[in-house]
Design a protein around this ligand. Structure first.
Ligand code: NOJ
Length: 982
């Protein structure tokens, strides 16, 4: 039977269609065929008025010989004070007689961390443009550059104002007034140029009547002309060219399928081009099912003919290799070349499109050549064109100079990842749905029977009473607390799903209270509650822009409100783009109204994050035991990392989707969200056992590691396929568990400095051009190189070993020498994973049933020596649950091998704060084993304070070096020690 999606009632044809289309797709899946995305449900640029208008403007610029941007800074208005340059930005075509009220207000802020903010807003709009994104996204007021750290240099002959600036005085900002253009140079090298191509366009708010009146005037004039000669009708009619029509497309209303966007404020979009000069690889702007290095969307031979789109959408069965919008949006882009790294953050939460154009033979090189005072620079460049529907232009430029600096600069503004609970980086078992309490008990027992560790069992929407979140279907789950207790006894947790749509039902307490408190999103009239269709049928959406709504929502998670919940229950926020089955593009109409009479159009891409954050707030405040929240979200925006994890949505059980998961997760990580994963196994369809096994082998290297499956898919718990698959999947999951101390340490590092946890090769090897476009292998932290197998029947894989040092296979310690590509074995039971020479990785190698059950286990350090016989690494440990680490209750140590001595030293500042029983207990755990790789001679004597320790060495499988195991050196993880090797 096809399960009813969205209930049985439909009140419009669109609802019916949506319900049917989902069911038909589901039927396709039952029959075993995986179908494709319904592209026609989603707009192309040509179907979006503001995208069309801005892209047409770019076309106009291209077609016009000697195109010059009409925007100019009024030179006499420019002031630099307190680190902020301000001025009037005039469009000479619109502001024929500029006054202090006409035009745009321009600001350039010099931050104290080698970043620059550029803002452009209307000087005197007929109503304020939405400018609230900054209040939600920026974590705190940032520091301005100290007066001594910048210097304004006199304007040169060509009218370029130069600001020399930076912590090392390495940045130069050249502001060209006419036409308006800004170039950023780092150590004299041009990196980012704003309005390089002159595509800045800024639609000022206007009254519709005025236009109408203007039109009337034109018609009247025409009439006068007509009266002269009645037969000349055809001659006086001015035919608009195709380009002219595009330049004015859908200014006041827009139709898409059966939906009309009323656009009450008319056109208010803006766009600008940003050139990354001397840079031919740009990355970021998730979420797209595409490559890591962004592809051209314009120009000859461009692989895509649509811009990358950022608009949070529930794209059912998304396609790979496509710039279509998906569930999350982060307008952050990083450009990298051998000599140059820079990034931009276009802080806007309205719908945004971005064109990418490669210019390999670029001769323009920014302002310097443009003003023809210097020799043209010849370097490949990437030109990007950013187009947003509403709000203000608010842009950050991060000048690095290294990408480690850039991650720090960006995350110091939008926040780093919250430190997750330790269980949440272990393995999660999910499906839509585990059907009954009995089913849960059986699956849980299945893991134990098959000796496979797991930490969390998930319940999807069917566990509720009729998709009323915070309730239970008691026929299926008679005693939810008991169920959680049973899991909790083994150190395991449970997650239930809570979506942002609330079933319209007066007998449902959440629905009723929401109505009484008046916390739902309003229709465009601003008065009546918006009503749409989702899983429960007719539903309402909570307006998380209303502070009252957020607090009320957060309070729903307290144990007395959420009946049946315990402190081992955590939350999954789904459908929060938001997904509205009866809405345009399966989301909420843009003209619905939020708190403060604010149109949804302005904040669409932030809605899901507001929901995510209110949920995290709820879990944080629900108990007195000071426990960190865990909330998984599907929609995301810049800053989501402060609230929890995300996953890449409804992928397919195909090899292509396994393959695209790596670039997708790498991109999301670069854009600031390290805690992400893809549904292991693929959500739709039924993976053959080989695909599922390969997906586990890859998935253990996703920061968020969860298997999930669609309601209509066959059961696929790891033991259901028989041998050799069960053993292979068990081995993979156990490998993840063995590396948990390493993962947790990486999370802590990321929570401090914003470094991605899984890293594109170029992040670790920024000088090796061979890796700039590489996304089929990647690094976990700085130490592990992972090459997933994403083709069937493969037993050998080509791995690129970057750098000039060795790499050690994590299972058999086989040795490979960089640099260069080499074919290595990738048999069915493992994918190629190597530890980099020069690193030390902490592990726990005793198989247990959950991460909690490992917390008193001893450690192993795997030491991969480099060619100088050196290596370093770290460990971070805390209680894995509470916020006590914030007041110093943690262990942070550095391990280092130099001069044949391994030392452990405390990295925690002396004034970090109080420690508790935890630090005492964990600090007293043993290091039970050292594995030393890469020694050119067998270690003969290993001593700790003169005491000899047992060591055994064997020759590494593929070269002359040795693998030595030091057993029970009798040192503790929390103490200083030195171990001498000879
Ligand atoms: C859509 C989500 O993407 C999927 O993971 C979930 O199983 C279904 N909604 C049902 O809740």
């Amino acid at each position: 039977m096809i399960p009813a999606r969205g209930g049985t009632r439909t009140s419009s044809s669109s609802r019916t269609k949506r319900t049917i289309s989902r069911s038909v797709l589901a039927l396709g899946l039952v029959l075993g065929c995986v179908s494709a995305v319904k592209r026609e449900d989603f707009k192309t640029c040509a179907q979006s008025g503001f995208c069309t208008r801005n892209r047409a403007y770019a076309e106009l610029a291209k077609e016009t010989p000697q195109w010059i941007s009409p925007f100019q800074l009024n030179p006499s208005s420019l002031r630099l004070q307190g680190g902020i340059l301000t001025g009037d930005l005039i469009n000479i075509e619109e502001d024929k007689q500029p006054s202090s009220k006409s035009g745009l207000a321009f600001e350039l802020h010099l931050l104290d961390n080698d970043s620059v903010r550029v803002r452009i807003n209307e000087r005197d709009p007929i109503h304020p443009r939405y400018d609230g994104v900054k209040d939600t996204v920026l974590i705190k007021p940032y520091g301005m550059a100290n007066e001594n750290s910048y210097q304004k240099l006199a304007k040169d002959d060509s009218g370029v104002l130069t600001i020399q600036y930076g912590n090392k005085n390495q940045n130069t900002i050249k502001v060209n007034s006419a036409p308006f253009k800004i170039e950023f140079l780092v150590n004299g090298v041009s990196t980012v140029v704003l309005n390089d191509e002159g595509l800045l366009k800024f639609e000022r708010l206007r009254k519709k009547q005025e236009e109408a009146a203007q039109e009337k005037e034109i018609v009247d004039e025409d009439k006068l002309v007509d009266q002269g000669d009645e037969n000349k009708d055809d001659e006086v009619k001015i035919e608009k060219s195709e380009l002219e029509t595009k330049l004015e497309a859908n200014m006041w209303e827009e139709k898409f399928k059966e939906y009309t966007d009323s656009k009450p404020r008319g056109p208010e979009s803006f766009g600008m081009d940003i050139t990354f000069s001397g840079i031919d690889h740009v990355y970021g702007i998730p979420q797209h099912a595409s490559s890591l290095s962004l592809k051209a969307t314009k120009g000859t031979d461009a692989p895509y003919n649509e811009p990358y789109r950022l608009y949070n959408l529930d794209v059912f069965e998304y396609e790979v290799d496509n710039p279509m919008a998906l569930y999350g949006s982060i307008p952050f882009m990083l450009g990298h070349s051998k000599n140059n790294t820079a990034a931009v953050f276009w802080m806007n939460a309205a719908e945004t499109w971005i064109d990418v154009e490669k210019s390999p033979e670029d001769k323009t090189g920014g302002i310097l050549s443009w003003i023809k005072t210097k020799k043209p620079v010849s370097a490949p460049s990437t030109k990007t064109h950013w187009i947003s529907e509403a709000g203000v232009l608010d842009l950050f430029v991060f000048l690095g100079p290294t990408h480690r600096d850039i991650f720090r600069q960006y995350t110091s503004l939008v926040g780093t990842t919250a430190l997750p609970q330790a269980f949440s980086i272990a393995y999660h078992q999910c499906r839509w749905n585990y059907n009954t309490q009995q089913d849960v008990a059986e699956v849980d027992a299945g893991f134990d029977e098959h000796d496979i560790p797991y930490d969390v069992l998930w319940l999807d929407i069917e566990h509720t009473n009729g998709k009323r979140y915070f309730t239970w279907d008691h026929a299926k789950f008679p005693d939810p607390m008991d169920m959680q207790r049973a899991l909790g006894a083994k150190g395991r947790k449970m997650v239930t799903i809570i979506d942002p749509h609330i079933k319209k039902d007066n007998d449902y307490y959440v629905s009723k209270e929401g109505a009484e408190l008046d916390v739902y999103i309003k229709n465009k009239d601003g008065n009546s509650d918006f009503d749409g269709w989702c899983w429960p049928g007719s539903s309402q959406w909570i307006d998380f822009y209303n502070p009252k709504a957020r607090d009320w929502w957060a309070s729903q998670f307290s144990y007395d409100r959420y009946v049946g919940s315990t402190n081992t229950l955590f939350t999954w926020n789904d459908m929060n783009e938001p997904s509205v089955f009866s809405g345009p593009e399966i989301t909420i109409p843009k003209d619905v109204i939020h708190y403060g009479n604010m149109e949804h159009r302005n904040v669409h891409n932030l809605y899901g994050t507001m929901f995510h954050s209110a949920t995290a707030q709820g879990l944080t405040q629900r108990n007195e035991t000071n426990q960190r929240p865990f909330v998984l979200s599907r929609a995301f925006f810049a800053g989501t990392q402060r609230f929890g994890a995300i996953w890449t949505g409804d992928n397919l059980a195909t090899w292509e989707h396994l393959e695209v998961a790596s670039p997708m997760l790498l991109t999301i990580g670069l854009a600031g969200i390290p805690f992400s994963g893809a549904d292991v196994g693929g959500f739709f369809g039924n993976p053959e056992p080989e695909l599922l096994t390969r997906w586990y082998q890859a998935g253990i290297y996703y920061p968020f590691f969860r298997a999930h499956a669609h309601l209509d898919s066959k059961r696929r718990e790891p033991w259901l396929f028989g041998e050799p698959y069960t053993t292979q999947m068990r081995e993979a999951i156990r490998t993840r568990y063995s590396f948990l101390p390493f993962w947790y340490t990486l999370f802590q590092e990321s929570s401090v400095d914003g470094m991605p946890i899984i890293r594109p090769m170029f992040v670790e090897f920024p000088e090796d051009e061979a890796v700039f476009g590489m996304d089929d292998q990647y690094m976990v932290g700085n130490a592990l190189l992972v090459k997933p197998v994403s083709k069937p029947g493969v037993t050998r894989s080509t791995v690129y070993f970057a750098g000039t040092e060795k790499w050690f296979g994590i299972k058999d310690y086989s040795v490979e020498q960089g640099p260069g590509a080499k074919e290595v074995a990738s048999p069915a039971d493992k994918i190629p994973v190597y530890q980099r020479a020069g690193t030390i990785v902490p592990k726990r190698e005793r198989p247990r049933r959950s991460s909690k059950a490992m917390e008193n286990d001893p450690f192993t350090l795997v030491i991969a020596l480099d060619s100088n016989g050196e290596a370093t690494g770290r460990i971070y440990l805390d209680d894995g649950e509470s916020f006590d680490y914030q007041t110093g209750d943690y262990i942070l140590r550095e391990f280092k091998v130099a001069d044949k001595v391994l030392t452990s030293r405390n990295l925690k500042p002396a004034d970090a704060g109080e420690t508790s029983e935890f630090v005492k207990r964990a600090g007293a755990l043993r290091i039970e084993r050292l594995v030393v790789l890469g020694s050119t001679v067998p270690l003969k004597e290993v001593t700790v304070d003169g005491r000899a320790v047992q060591v055994e060495c064997s020759q590494a499988p593929t070269d002359g070096s040795y693998v030595c195991t030091v057993k029970e050196p009798k040192v503790l993880i929390g103490e200083d020690f030195s171990i001498a090797f000879a």
